[in-house]
Design a protein around this ligand. Structure first.
Ligand SMILES: NC(=O)c1ccc[n+]([C@@H]2O[C@H](COP(=O)([O-])OP(=O)(O)OC[C@H]3O[C@@H](n4cnc5c(N)ncnc54)[C@H](OP(=O)(O)O)[C@@H]3O)[C@@H](O)[C@H]2O)c1
Length: 268
C-alpha cells in the first residue's frame, strides 16, 4: 500500500462508510486504497464489503495512510485518539467528522504541525450530494486545499468559522432527516388523495428535488418561486396557508434550534 495514495477511515459506521463509498463513486480512490477500521472487523460480511480493507488496529491504519478521516462517535473518540496519536507524522492530514470536538483538542493530542480539518457532511455524501461545512487550523495550506477539493467531489462545501460547526450540524447534517421526513409526510398526503405509496414517494421526492434545484441553479429566493405557483384564490395558496396555520415554518425553525441546543449541551 502506498502511503501517499491511501486514505484511512477510523470508524466505518454510517458516515465513515458513506464517505468511503462517495470517494469510490467519485473515482478518487479505489476500494483497495481505503483502509476502514471498526471496533469489530471480523464479521464475514465486513471482510469483503465493497472491496475495502477492514481492520481493527487504528494506529496501524494511520501509519499506512497520508489522509486520515476520524468518524467515530464523540463518547469513544478519546481512547481511540490516545491509542493512535503516536502514529501521526508531519506528513499526515487529519479530517475529523466527530461532532462537538474542537480542532485544538486534536492539535493538543497529536503535537505535530499538521493540517486538521473539521468537517460536517451528511449521509448524501454516499451519492456525492452532501452539504459539507469545513473549518481548519490551516486555511491557506495546500493540504486544506486538497481536503476541500476532496469534499467538493462529494457535493457542495462551505468554509465556515469553527464556532459555527454545531450550527452546521443542526442545519446540514441533521437537516437531511428533516427533509426526508417532509418528503415522507408529502407522500402520505399523496396516498390519501389517490396515489400508491411508491408513486406518491416518487412525485414528492422529485418535486422536492426540483424545488431545491430551482434555488441552487437560479439563485432565486424561495418566496419568489412560491409567488409563481400561488395564483389568487388558488389551490396552492389554500394548501400552503393551511400548512402554515398548522405551524410548518415554525416547526422547522423550532426543530433546528432544538437540535442545535442539544448539540451545545452535549458539548458542555
Ligand atoms: N451519521 C451522520 O449522518 C453524521 C453526519 C455528520 C457527522 N457525524 C458524526 O460522525 C461520527 C460518527 O457517526 P456515525 O453515525 O457514523 O456513527 P456510527 O454509525 O455509530 O459509526 C461509528 C463507527 O465507529 C466504530 N468504532 C467504534 N469503536 C471503534 C474503535 N475503537 N476503533 C475503530 N472504530 C471504532 C464503530 O465500529 P463497529 O461498527 O464495529 O461498532 C462504528 O463503525 C459522530 O461523531 C457523528 O456525530 C455523523
Amino acid at each position: 500500500m502506498d502511503f501517499n495514495s491511501t486514505i484511512a477511515i477510523i470508524g466505518g459506521g454510517n458516515i465513515g462508510m458513506s464517505i468511503a463509498e462517495g470517494l469510490v463513486n467519485a473515482q478518487k480512490y479505489k476500494p483497495e486504497q481505503i483502509i476502514i477500521t471498526r471496533k469489530k472487523s471480523d464479521l464475514p460480511k465486513d471482510l469483503h464489503e465493497g472491496g475495502f480493507t477492514f481492520q481493527e488496529d487504528n494506529a496501524d491504519a494511520v501509519s499506512k495512510a497520508r489522509i486520515v478521516v476520524l468518524s467515530v462517535v464523540p463518547h469513544v473518540y478519546e481512547p481511540i485518539l490516545e491509542g493512535m496519536k503516536h502514529a501521526f507524522t508531519e506528513q499526515h492530514t487529519l479530517i475529523t467528522v466527530v461532532t462537538g470536538v474542537e480542532i485544538a483538542r486534536f492539535q493538543e493530542a497529536i503535537q505535530k504541525d499538521i493540517c486538521i480539518a473539521r468537517v460536517m457532511p451528511n449521509t448524501a455524501i454516499k451519492i456525492r450530494q452532501s452539504m459539507t461545512c469545513i473549518a481548519t487550523n490551516k486555511p491557506k495550506s495546500k493540504e486544506f486545499a486538497e481536503v476541500t477539493e476532496l469534499f467538493n467531489m462529494l457535493g457542495e462545501t462551505l468554509y465556515i468559522d469553527e464556532e459555527l460547526m454545531l450550527s452546521a450540524t443542526a442545519l446540514g447534517s441533521c437537516g437531511i432527516a428533516y427533509f426526508l421526513r417532509a418528503i415522507r409526510a408529502a407522500s402520505q398526503g399523496g396516498t390519501q388523495i389517490g396515489f400508491h405509496a411508491d408513486e406518491a414517494q416518487l412525485i414528492a421526492a422529485q418535486t422536492a428535488k426540483g424545488a431545491a434545484e430551482l434555488l441552487l441553479q437560479l439563485h432565486t429566493h424561495p418566496e419568489d418561486e412560491i409567488d409563481k405557483v400561488t395564483t389568487p384564490r388558488g389551490i396552492t395558496i389554500a394548501g400552503l396557508n393551511e400548512m402554515e396555520h398548522n405551524g410548518l415554518s415554525s416547526a422547522f425553525i423550532k426543530g433546528i434550534v432544538k437540535s442545535y441546543d442539544k448539540a451545545i449541551n452535549k458539548e458542555e
